[in-house]
Design a protein around this ligand. Structure first.
Ligand code: C2O
Ligand code: CU
Ligand code: CU
Length: 474
């Protein structure tokens, strides 16, 4: 899928040594041994690390933020300008840092020439503050939601959700991360130096036209897969790490593509969190299948790596992020044996049960045979009542695909996948769950707030083309 012009660091070193050799020979010098150059010239581009948004409140119990939705420009490829959208910048947005218990106020200024919304994906908040299709922000207007953080430490994200244009707006650059911290995350001795050993990775596949503009192309099958991977908006990125444990907070921020992530040497790493926060204990993994909208946090242990270690993050067959290990030790952190206690959402025999049948044919999909209608409420749910949701992806139709099913306003738990208990990495809080053709996933869910919310496939073109429903919590 990815065309990579990947220059290996060995090749670069070879060229550097050869050029230095030629230079010294011309100077009449003899080089006795081709000494290892102190090579800071890495192939590719230093990965962009998003900024952390400043909390403008002096009171630790509240947080206030200002977000500007704006147009921008990036030079993803030297000499070619790409018109983009971003929050408080050219592309993507800053990390929004909040703590459990905080009351959060945000002012979202829409400086675009078109309406947008800002949805807080994964947040357990009221329908009014959720930022779905019913809260459009018109050009020049300001939206000021406020909500209280009442959920565990987690990596959530924010993105537009205007019905019909979510896909194109996200593709142009509108997305950012939210970090929730709490007493549990404070207490754990995890890597937490932002940008040093606690690193966000927003993965997005993209296509470009020859003039540098994004090529957002739909065909009968959906969105045309990108041939270029961006991580945090960087083409062909590398990141330097100390010889220490490094936590990667991974978001599949692409519109339509799943990724299968691995380390190039096949070594394993530990998954410590899923969408809604920490797992009970770290789970050893050697690959991650991550669908659009999902987050996974992992720890990769570089503590025995050296400057000679060659290691990259792979998406399928393609290296997408090169790691360079520095000659420095870093912090003394750990992969704790236990991370968090996850309170079980328990359902009873009399818990209401709903079925969601996912069907798709190429670009178009339905849920329970229906296409999205903003004026129709598909489900009515009681606040604080535990429910069982059965999500089925029927295999029957041609061109069927797997779907990441996402529910707003809550974090749910998986009871079973195809009749079996979920694997350990699916036993934490989730807000997006992949369901393959022929599969049935059963979740237990409860809504702590009231309002109107969405459930949908998080392949954004499926969502834009109607694979979404809405439910009212009262
Ligand atoms: Cu990430 Cu309905 O959204
Ligand atoms: Cu959401
Ligand atoms: Cu889908």
């Amino acid at each position: 899928m990815f065309k990579k012009s990947h220059t290996s660091p060995y090749l670069v070193r070879f060229l550097v040594i050869t050029l230095m050799g030629a230079f010294f020979l011309l100077q009449g010098c003899q080089i006795s041994s081709p000494a290892e150059p102190d090579d800071k010239e890495h192939a590719g581009n230093a990965m962009i690390i998003p900024e952390i948004l400043e909390d403008q409140s002096a009171d630790p119990d509240t947080a206030s933020f200002e977000l500007f939705v704006q147009q921008g420009e990036m030079e993803f490829f030297p000499g070619r300008t790409t018109e983009t959208l971003g929050y408080n910048g050219n592309y993507l947005g800053p990390i929004i840092p909040v703590r459990r218990g905080q009351e959060v106020n945000v002012s979202v200024h829409n400086q675009l020439g078109e309406p947008t919304t800002v949805h807080w994906h994964g947040m357990d908040i009221s329908g009014e503050a959720d930022g779905g299709p019913h809260q459009p922000i018109m050009p020049g207007e300001v939206w000021e939601p406020n909500f209280t953080i009442d959920q565990p430490a987690a990596t959530l994200w924010y993105h537009p959700h205007l019905h019909g244009t979510t896909g194109p707006q996200v593709y142009s650059g509108l997305a950012g991360l939210i970090y929730i911290e709490d007493d549990v995350s404070d207490r754990l001795n995890l890597p937490k130096d932002y940008g040093i050993n606690d690193i966000p990775l927003i993965l997005q596949d993209r296509n470009f036209n020859s003039d540098g503009s994004f090529s957002y192309q739909l065909d009968r099958m959906g969105l045309v897969p990108g041939d270029t991977m961006l991580i945090n908006g960087t083409v062909d990125p590398y990141v330097e790490v100390n010889a220490e444990k490094v936590r990667l907070r991974i978001l599949n921020g692409s519109n339509f593509e799943n990724f299968n992530l691995q380390l190039s040497d096949g070594s394993s790493f530990y998954q410590i969190a899923s969408d809604g926060g920490f797992l009970e204990s770290p789970v050893a993994r050697d690959s991650l299948f991550i669908t659009p909208g999902e987050r996974m946090e992992v720890i990769v242990d570089f503590s025995t790596a050296t400057t000679d270690t060659e290691i990259a993050l792979m998406a399928g067959e393609h290296p997408v992020l090169q790691f360079y290990v520095l000659d420095s030790e870093g912090a003394n952190t750990e992969i704790p044996e236990s991370l968090a206690v996850i309170p079980e959402i328990s359902a009873g025999d009399d818990s209401p049960t709903r079925v969601f049948e996912l069907q798709s044919m190429g670009l178009r999909g339905t849920i329970n045979g229906k296409s999205f209608n903003m004026n129709r409420i598909d489900e009515e749910v009681n606040q604080n009542e535990t429910e069982i949701w059965i999500i089925r992806n029927s295999r029957s139709m041609m061109h069927s695909s797997g779907h990441p099913f996402h529910v707003h306003g809550t974090q749910f738990q998986v009871i079973s996948r195809n009749g079996n208990p979920p694997p350990p990495e699916e036993r934490g809080f989730k807000d997006t769950i992949h369901v393959d053709p022929g599969e049935e996933v059963i979740i237990v869910v409860r809504f702590n707030h009231t309002g109107l919310y969405m459930y949908h496939c998080h392949m954004l073109e499926h969502e834009d083309y109607g694979m979404m429903g809405q439910f009212m919590v009262q």
